[in-house]
Write a protein that binds this ligand. Structure first.
Ligand code: NAD
Length: 334
């Protein structure tokens, strides 16, 4: 049976999801592209051959010819639209973050618990990236012994908006690292500290965070949204018997004039293209079977990252180490 999918939000990420559904997801059909900007919806629908366009997400979620939903509209819409999907009994692949408010994440978890099943798969796609998968598998095999530290770099060419702040780096960019580190280490965080160096201009400076896990490991995360040279994400996991680092991913290398060069992507879409595809395939299986995908990030993971992000913003604003305090994990997410 073909699964009819609606994509809500036809910006950068929504257009990418629409393309994956239309071209790379056997067994799925792109039923509707919805954006409050009707022209954007039409443009993406024309590019991908979507059956229909719409501008009202609530109407789209309730349509009988829509089996499942992908939410790729702005952050503040994620929790309300996920709740609408749960009410409609439809599985939703919701872009990260679930919400920047832990309380709102709790309301999504409560709705899932009342429904008796998880409905929300969160778009923390790095869990599906081959480099992180190999890192996690090697750690579980015992290849590097007990994990002690994980170093993470997240660099973008330039901030999307001139008024981007350090707090936004923590609530919007860092959740990828918050989640994938928890996933690889199998931990939660106990505390977070955050710092910023001084730049010579008015552009937002990088944010450096140090996190302590509940198993006494140390994690550092650099979010540098104005790194200038390219989109560059890296991680190194250091254990008692060795270390595992992700490699720079590039298909070619140019050697000339006594030097070697490999290109950087301009943003995340190329670097994580296969991870997005794998994630969306897992979502299709979830819709088909009702079985929650093994690797996927749930509403609980969305809650966990929202709590640490909130504490991180407080740490940056106060200059003080902040505890990360979470509610008990509901049984549904065990
Ligand atoms: N997983 C990832 O790697 C990744 C990467 C980038 C962005 N994101 C997330 O994806 C989401 C979208 O980011 P983007 O870069 O595509 O943004 P964008 O601004 O390019 O696109 C957002 C689109 O949503 C539309 N929109 C706004 N409110 C809407 C509503 N109520 N209903 C329907 N459409 C609405 C806008 O008109 C716009 O076309 C964000 O939440 C962001 O955090 C995830």
């Amino acid at each position: 049976m073909t699964i009819r999918i609606a994509v809500i939000g036809a910006g950068l990420m929504g257009a990418d999801h629409a393309r994956i559904v239309a071209e790379d997801l056997p067994g799925a059909a792109l039923q509707v592209v919805c954006d409050m900007d009707a022209e954007r919806a039409r443009k993406v629908a024309d590019e991908t051959g979507a059956k229909d366009v719409a501008d009202d997400p609530a109407m789209v979620i309730s349509r009988v010819d829509v089996d499942a939903v992908i939410v790729a509209s702005p952050d503040f819409t994620h929790a309300p639209l996920s709740l609408a999907c749960i009410r409609a009994g439809k599985r939703v692949l919701c872009e990260k973050p679930l919400s920047q408010s832990p309380a709102e994440c709790i309301s999504v978890m409560q709705a899932e618990q009342a429904a008796g099943a998880p409905y929300v798969q969160l778009g923390f796609m790095r869990r599906y990236d081959e480099a992180y998968r190999q890192m996690k598998a090697a750690l579980e095999r015992g290849t590097i012994g007990r994990a002690l530290m994980m170093h993470n770099f997240h660099r973008n060419v330039a901030t999307p908006a001139a008024d981007f702040t350090g707090a936004m780096a923590i609530t919007n960019s860092a959740p990828h690292e918050f989640d994938v580190v928890r996933h690889v280490l199998g931990c939660e965080y106990r505390a977070i500290s955050a710092f910023q160096p001084k730049r010579s201009d008015a552009v937002v400076a990088p944010v450096m965070m140090v996190l302590e896990t509940d198993d006494d490991q140390l994690v550092n995360i650099e979010i540098n949204n104005n790194a200038a040279y390219g989109y560059d994400t890296r991680a190194e996991l250091v254990g008692e018997a060795g270390s595992i680092a992700t490699n720079h991913v590039a298909y070619t290398r140019t050697d000339r004039a006594l030097s070697t060069a490999a290109a950087y992507e301009t943003d995340w879409r190329g670097r994580y293209a296969e991870a997005y595809r794998r994630q969306n395939r897992a979502f299709l299986q979830f819709v088909r079977t009702g079985n929650y995908p093994v690797l996927a990030a749930s509403a609980w993971d969305g809650y966990a990252t929202a709590v640490v992000a909130e504490a991180g913003v407080r740490a940056l604003q106060t200059g003080q180490r902040q505890p990360v305090i979470m509610v008990a994990k509901p049984e549904l997410y065990a």
